[in-house]
Design a protein around this ligand. Sequence first.
Ligand SMILES: NC(=O)C1=CN([C@@H]2O[C@H](COP(=O)(O)OP(=O)(O)OC[C@H]3O[C@@H](n4cnc5c(N)ncnc54)[C@H](OP(=O)(O)O)[C@@H]3O)[C@@H](O)[C@H]2O)C=CC1
Ligand SMILES: O=C(O)C1=N[C@H](C(=O)O)C[C@H](O)C1
Length: 251
Amino acid sequence: MSASVTSVAVAGASGRLGTLICDVVESHPDFELAARLSSRSTAEEGAGAQIFVDVTTPEASPAIVERAVRRGQKVLVGTSGWSSERIASLTDLVAEVRGAGVIVVPNFSLGSVLGTALAQIAAPYFDSIEVIEAHHPAKIDSPSGTAVRTAELMAGARERAGRGPAQAPFADQRARGELVAGIPVHSLRLAGVVARQEVRFGGAGEVLTVQHDTVSNESYVAGIRAGLEAVRDAAGLTVGLNRVLGLGADL
Ligand SMILES: NC(=O)C1=CN([C@@H]2O[C@H](COP(=O)(O)OP(=O)(O)OC[C@H]3O[C@@H](n4cnc5c(N)ncnc54)[C@H](OP(=O)(O)O)[C@@H]3O)[C@@H](O)[C@H]2O)C=CC1
Ligand SMILES: O=C(O)C1=N[C@H](C(=O)O)C[C@H](O)C1
């Protein structure tokens, strides 16, 4: 392995996103694929790589990420399930481990990140907000990580603007979706869909919709490349492709 080439291990390499990440690593002149890991891999496999990528499952991800951080690897996380609570404990871990560098990217698609940013701009101006996300039927978790992140960021934007929680009437009824940071989120798992998110804002006599569609996994390629390039020299914890691309903080 040449000194200028950075080695990468991918946990979840046999999955949909992991396969794509391995392709991106292999086609990038600065990186070399050191290990393809699956659910059957041992904890030691991939330990020698400089960068460790986690794209597994929300259940498995925290332990996999902690192990990689503790052994001094730079870590890029694309797995969903990294809610604000999980991010808080990751922040503590990163502060504890000297030299740690972790980037968590809830969505590698530029359009999705911009959609979430636009939703944050709108959130303080509309008390009535609902999120509808749709994904392919093989997705094991719901709501999506992107929907959770979007709802949390919209609630934060409202709080910073001095607005109270969004309205969520009759939220105790099951068909009203799952409340995330006080905002109802509805999940569809539908053949023919890759990934879609709609954020609907209701106001007096009007509805604003911020919608993003991923129509193929190609939408993740540029974000994956940017994440890999950024995590090489990462210090501390970074959350969101917007920060990786220098598009600003959480608005
Ligand atoms: N950030 C983003 O832009 C995107 C994020 N995602 C997220 O990435 C994650 C993976 O999605 P996707 O590729 O579609 O999922 P898949 O089900 O296709 O792949 C899951 C991968 O994780 C592995 N795995 C499962 N359980 C474990 C375990 N206990 N320990 C270690 N590895 C395990 C599987 O290995 P095996 O083959 O052995 O079962 C497989 O390689 C999800 O959380 C998804 O939401 C997806 C797309 C885009
Ligand atoms: O599982 C997926 O496919 C996706 N998962 C991520 C999420 O949960 O938000 C990102 C994207 O929506 C695709």
